[in-house]
Design a protein around this ligand. Structure first.
Ligand SMILES: *Cc1c(COP(=O)(O)O)cnc(C)c1O
Length: 438
């Protein structure tokens, strides 16, 4: 009976999910939350504070999901909570410009030298959708190149999968996306420069833009090979195509100036989201002034949003970026995450479980494989059964990682040394039970 305490009851979550299923498709408002990737039922969350998240059964977990990226300061950071409260008291939305929007836009421009002007929107999906419309308008071309395994939100042009041959037109990856729309996107493997060159040759003078996560983080974390981003930059320059960096995850995550700062590459258009909203719905699309000035009301590219630049979201954003721009946040995140990465590696070695850790700053993936993971094909060869068993074991021990083998672990400034030590201990126990799934 010694283990009774660690065997968590999830009965309230189970019945909450059953009730939600009656009214919400699949019981969730975003598919990955359903825990389908780990053959389980989701936890319903009551609250979160710092590095900890609490389910409605009263269980506490060390949280490595961080709302899928936004919560870099940890949950319910006092400065962010205060900013939200103060803004809410002054009215939730006006549909008119406010001073705080300009403040935020200026901070974004100062952090990203490639961004001269920026438009605030409410989701990453909108940001990328607008980036593509801008790229098409500016270049007077229609085709988009996207990399397999990168996610750019759920707009039609980007819910596509590779066509039959290399550099062929894509096919819809979701029902309801017309093949005619998918046809305007070319899907090629990430980290594959030959494929990128071939796509430009095959579709000479037709490519409007490459859209890419400069550090792929929606197939687990897959960093760019050395020289990859620079060569994409050169290809775009030679072919008069726009380079769109989707930094919705990496922006303000791997450095204040995102992957662009880390690798010294400038995108033409940058998409931001997740972190910049401080946990509220806020995202942004920014870039060269000439491109951004094509937006309505001064240019011919239409884009709008009733809640864009919403005062409460903007307040949370300003408070979050103020904290991130001071002190040595990114050094701290680097140290914490490197400690976790080393701990996981050692723990796996002790238990004789082959893993590969991919990590950039506070983005980390633990892949169950003994081969390097450089693109989506590699990710698909990793041992998903081991991942599922690992997820379940970790959850039992109070560690909440993303319920999908294709998602990163996100560290926050609130994760303590003790949190990381507990996580590594739990991982070592979890690895122990994985050999039967190899
Ligand atoms: C999450 C994400 C998006 C979509 O953002 P939403 O706010 O969920 O619409 C786009 N691109 C990347 C890289 C993302 O990780």
């Amino acid at each position: 009976m010694k283990n009774v305490k660690s065997r968590k009851s999830q009965s309230k979550s189970v019945s909450a999910f059953a009730e939600a299923l009656n009214y919400i498709p699949g019981g969730v408002n975003s598919p990955v939350r359903a825990f389908g990737g780990v053959d389980r039922k989701p936890l319903f969350i009551a609250k979160a504070k710092g590095s900890k998240i609490y389910d409605i059964d009263g269980n506490v977990y060390i949280d490595y999901v961080g709302s899928w990226g936004p919560m870099i300061l940890g949950h319910a950071h006092p400065a962010v909570v205060k900013a939200i409260q103060n803004a809410a008291k002054k009215g939730a939305s006006f549909g008119a410009p406010t001073l705080a929007e300009t403040k935020l836009a200026k901070k974004i421009c100062l952090s990203f030298p490639s961004i001269k002007k920026v438009r605030l929107v409410s989701s990453g999906t909108e940001a990328v959708m607008t980036a593509i419309r801008l790229a098409r308008a500016y270049s007077h071309k229609d085709l988009i190149i996207k990399m397999a395994g990168c996610y750019h939100g759920h707009s039609d042009a980007l819910l596509v999968a590779a066509g039959s041959g290399a550099a062929e037109h894509a096919v819809p990856s979701s029902a309801g996306v017309p093949p005619a729309v998918a046809n305007l996107t070319i899907v090629i493997p990430y980290n594959d420069l030959e494929a990128a060159k071939k796509a430009f040759q095959t579709h000479k003078d037709k490519i409007a833009a490459i859209v890419v996560e400069p550090i792929a983080a929606n197939m687990g974390v897959v960093p760019p090979n050395e020289g990859y981003l620079q060569t994409l930059r050169n290809l775009c320059d030679n072919e008069k195509a726009m380079l769109i960096f989707d930094e919705v995850i990496t922006g303000f995550r791997v450095a204040l100036g995102g992957a662009q700062e880390l690798y010294g590459i400038k995108a033409d258009i940058t998409c931001l989201g997740k972190i910049i909203g401080g946990g509220l719905p806020l995202a942004a699309v920014g870039g060269r002034a000439q491109i951004m000035d094509m937006l309505a009301p001064i240019g011919p590219v239409y884009q709008a949003g009733t809640l864009s630049g919403n005062p409460i979201a903007t307040a949370a954003a300003n408070a979050t970026l103020d904290i991130l721009s001071k002190g040595d946040c990114y050094k701290k995140l680097e140290a914490k995450t490197s400690m976790l990465a080393e701990g996981l590696k050692n723990a796996a070695k002790k238990q004789n479980v082959p893993i590969i850790i991919n990590r950039v700053g506070s983005l980390l993936s633990c892949f169950f494989t003994n081969r390097p993971v450089c693109n989506f094909e590699d990710v698909k060869t990793t041992n998903i059964r081991q991942f599922k068993a690992f997820f379940t074991e970790m959850l039992k021990q109070g560690i909440y990682i993303a319920p999908s083998a294709y998602e990163a672990m996100f560290l926050s400034l609130a994760h303590s040394k003790q949190d990381i030590e507990k996580t590594v201990e739990s991982a070592q126990k979890s690895f122990q039970n994985l050999r039967k799934f190899s």
